[in-house]
Each structure stands twice: as structure tokens, then as C-alpha cells.
Design a protein around this ligand. Structure first.
Ligand SMILES: C[S@@+](CC[C@H](N)C(=O)[O-])C[C@H]1O[C@@H](n2cnc3c(N)ncnc32)[C@H](O)[C@@H]1O
Length: 276
């Protein structure tokens, strides 16, 4: 826990936030104040700096520190098929409904977005779930997943599609057999999956989202945002979804009441919603 005296001793935060926005275009005022202070505190302690003013000067003198700061701000913890009960609904209800809808209309293209994809486990899980779905489906399914994150370092790992063998257990056996090749220490996601995912850096507050989507996963990202910012991003998702498209938030993330008007809950408990 952070000592409140420590935080007070660091002085005014606003000039530092303005400098970071001016130099790097990252608007830290979008994030919860306590979260930003904790993360900045970690960097400052590592550099033995005591005030925000000193940290401003350090960033000016050593702009390479920006990369480290961004790294400290973006926590990239993730996994394949993270929170299995949500994936049961995605596989059992969401994907079959999307594919049946496409098949009925004779449409082939299925478009999905993993927003805040970190190191790529989530979008690759999505593709595996779509490719292994049963039931009615478009004859030639053209699946494309846009996977975005604020953090370019995490995206580099995602594009490599190679992971430590310890993570393989999270991928169900049948998917593993079809979509993964491995040696003793690493495993790789096969091209059948990777070629359907396009990664790019995207700030949820600043950049144009992909549009006409059938499914958006944005899980364990809202934790960084204030309530107001969560509503704003939920509005972005509402516009980005096609009618009847699905939005899946993280387990601890709640749809804001006002932003939720355009959605119907498919599973309130698992945070699965559908655009009305
Ligand atoms: C904990 S990871 C979530 C990964 C994955 N969605 C999951 O649930 O396992 C949160 C990600 O959100 C990203 N993020 C934070 N703020 C963001 C923003 N404003 N725009 C885009 N991505 C952001 C971070 O870089 C981080 O990689």
C-alpha cells in the first residue's frame, strides 16, 4: 500500500500529466488518479526521485524513460481462455448466434475486435473458438479479428505468436491439437489462427475504432478508467457494433447504467451484452 504522506510529498501531479500528454499524446487524466499515482510512484522510487517536478525534468532529459513509464502503466497480464465461464457463453451462445445469423442471411464476413488485447492470448482464443464452433455457419466463413492495445511492446509479443509452454494448459485439448505446435519450452499458434488476426496500436480514447462488428471483447481494461471514461468507451463500442452485435466485458467490470441503455444483458453475471 502506498503511504498517503509519500503521495502528498510528491507535489502537484497536473504539470506532469500535461507534459506526458504533450510529449506522448497519452492522456493520463483518463485513468483513475490513485492508479496513476501508484504507477508513477513505482517508477520514481526506482529512479530515487521524490517529487513529480523532478520526474518531469528526468523525462525531459531522458525521453527513453517514456517507454518504461508506459510499460509501468499498462499491466499486460492475460491468458488464453481467461475466465472459462465467460468462454462457455461465448462458445455456447454468442458464436453460434453470430454464425447462424450470417448463415441465414448468406453473409460470409464475421468481424470481431479484441480491445486491450495485451500480448494476444485473447484474440487468438477468439479465433480458435470461432474456427471450432459447431452448428450452422456460413459456407465460406471470412473471419477477421482486429486486436488492439495502447502498448506497442505487448503487441510485438502478440505478433510473434510464441508463448512459454507453461501457458499451454489453458488451451483446451482439442484446440491444442489443431491450433498449436510446441517444443519443450515454447508453443506457437498456427497460421490458420494467426492469419485471421490483425494487430495495431489504438488508444480507446483517441483513435478510430474498427466498425460494423459482430463481437467486441474488452476485458480487464475498464479497471484503469474512471466511471465517466468507461461510459465514453462503452459509447464507442455501441457505435462500432453492428445491430445485434455482442459486447463482452471483464468479470469485474460493470456496464454503466446510462451507457447500458442501448444494450440487452445476455448474461449479466458474465458481463455479456447485445446491442439492441
Ligand atoms: C490486463 S490487460 C487485458 C488483456 C485481456 N483483454 C484480458 O482480459 O486478458 C489490459 C490491457 O489494456 C490496455 N490498455 C489500457 N489503457 C488502454 C487504452 N486507453 N487504450 C487501449 N488499451 C489500453 C493495456 O495496455 C493492457 O494491455
Amino acid at each position: 500500500m502506498e503511504d498517503t504522506e509519500d503521495v502528498a510529498a510528491r507535489g502537484q501531479l497536473t504539470p506532469l500529466i500535461l507534459q506526458i500528454e504533450r510529449d506522448r499524446g497519452v492522456d493520463l487524466s483518463q485513468y483513475r488518479g490513485s492508479y496513476v499515482q501508484r504507477r508513477l510512484g513505482t517508477r520514481m522510487r526506482a529512479l530515487s526521485l521524490t517529487t513529480y517536478r523532478e520526474y518531469c525534468a528526468y523525462l525531459t532529459a531522458k525521453p527513453t524513460e517514456y517507454a518504461r513509464l508506459l510499460d509501468a502503466l499498462t499491466v499486460n497480464v492475460t491468458d488464453f481462455f481467461r475466465d472459462p465461464p465467460v468462454w462457455d457463453i461465448i462458445r455456447g451462445e454468442v458464436i453460434p448466434s453470430i454464425l447462424a445469423g450470417k448463415a441465414a442471411l448468406g453473409h460470409h464476413a464475421v468481424r470481431a475486435w479484441s480491445a486491450g488485447c495485451a500480448t494476444g492470448e485473447e484474440p487468438y482464443s477468439m479465433v480458435m473458438a470461432f474456427l471450432s464452433a459447431k452448428g450452422p455457419r456460413p459456407e465460406r466463413m471470412l473471419l477477421s479479428v482486429t486486436a488492439t492495445d495502447l502498448d506497442p511492446i505487448a503487441l510485438k509479443t502478440a505478433e510473434r505468436a510464441e508463448y512459454d509452454i507453461a501457458k499451454i494448459d489453458h488451451i483446451p485439448r482439442t484446440d491444442r491439437a489443431r491450433f498449436v505446435t510446441s517444443d519443450e519450452r515454447h508453443f506457437r499458434i498456427t497460421p490458420e489462427v494467426t492469419e485471421r488476426v490483425r494487430f495495431r496500436t489504438l488508444d480507446l480514447f483517441a483513435d478510430e475504432p474498427p466498425m460494423a462488428l459482430d463481437l467486441i471483447l474488452c476485458r480487464n481494461v475498464f479497471i484503469y478508467f474512471t466511471r465517466e471514461q468507461q461510459e465514453r468507451v462503452t459509447g464507442v463500442f455501441h457505435r462500432a457494433l453492428a445491430r445485434g452485435g455482442y459486447l463482452v466485458l471483464g468479470r469485474t467490470e460493470k456496464m454503466a447504467t446510462s451507457a447500458g441503455k442501448g444494450f440487452q444483458a445476455v448474461s449479466g453475471r458474465e458481463r455479456v451484452y447485445r446491442k439492441l
